[in-house]
Design a protein around this ligand. Structure first.
Ligand SMILES: NC(=O)c1ccc[n+]([C@@H]2O[C@H](COP(=O)([O-])OP(=O)(O)OC[C@H]3O[C@@H](n4cnc5c(N)ncnc54)[C@H](OP(=O)(O)O)[C@@H]3O)[C@@H](O)[C@H]2O)c1
Length: 163
């Protein structure tokens, strides 16, 4: 199984504020959908809450929480990252979709990073963890300029862990 993380972060590594996303970039949402459609996505309980208590269509959701009486309709609930990965171990490709705590926990295990770098800095309260870029090869990079439906420019990057 290949473990991927998909994230959109700002120049200062901010990913969210008040348990929500900060920017609205429709082509980044399409990019997220293109990657994760039909796949399993693993997330922290707060990111699950940020979805409004509903699963995204056409994806298997696994939510990680310490709470033993947490139920999430339309998602499977686990109590550790290891259990979440174990639940999905038969699958070819699994996505870690955040938030900050779950990216941080999973970073040592990530094979591929699908990053959207938003070219602006934001005030926030959730950050993508530091990682060593030298551990990864940059295999693709695609710039998207600012336009009438995208207030900020951004770049999609795919990083693959060196073997
Ligand atoms: N820009 C992006 O790409 C992106 C993607 C996803 C999320 N976000 C943003 O990130 C923010 C949320 O991130 P966050 O770090 O606050 O929350 P999170 O990682 O989504 O969830 C944290 C929760 O996960 C559970 N958890 C964490 N470590 C655990 C462990 N070792 N064992 C068992 N359960 C564990 C706990 O749930 P319990 O409290 O229930 O025990 C904890 O409160 C929001 O602003 C969201 O919008 C941004």
């Amino acid at each position: 199984m290949i473990l991927k993380a998909i994230v959109a972060y700002a120049e200062n590594k901010v990913i969210g504020k008040n348990n929500d996303l900060i920017w609205h970039l429709p082509n980044d949402l399409k990019h997220f959908k293109k990657h994760t459609a039909g796949k399993t996505i693993i997330m922290g309980r707060k990111t699950w809450d940020s979805l409004g208590g509903r699963p995204l269509p056409n994806r298997r959701h696994i939510v990680i929480t310490r709470s033993k009486d947490f139920h999430a309709q339309g998602a499977e609930v686990t109590h550790s990252l290891e259990d979440a990965i174990q639940l999905a171990h038969h699958e070819n490709e699994v996505y870690i979709v955040g938030g900050a705590q779950i990216y941080s926990l999973s970073m040592p295990l990530i094979d591929v990073l699908e990053i959207t770098e938003v070219h602006a800095a934001f005030d926030g309260d959730a950050y993508f963890p530091a990682f060593n870029a030298a551990d990864f090869d940059l295999i693709s990079k695609q710039f998207h300029p600012k336009d009438e439906s995208h207030q900020f420019s951004f770049t999609f990057k795919t990083l693959v862990r060196k073997v």
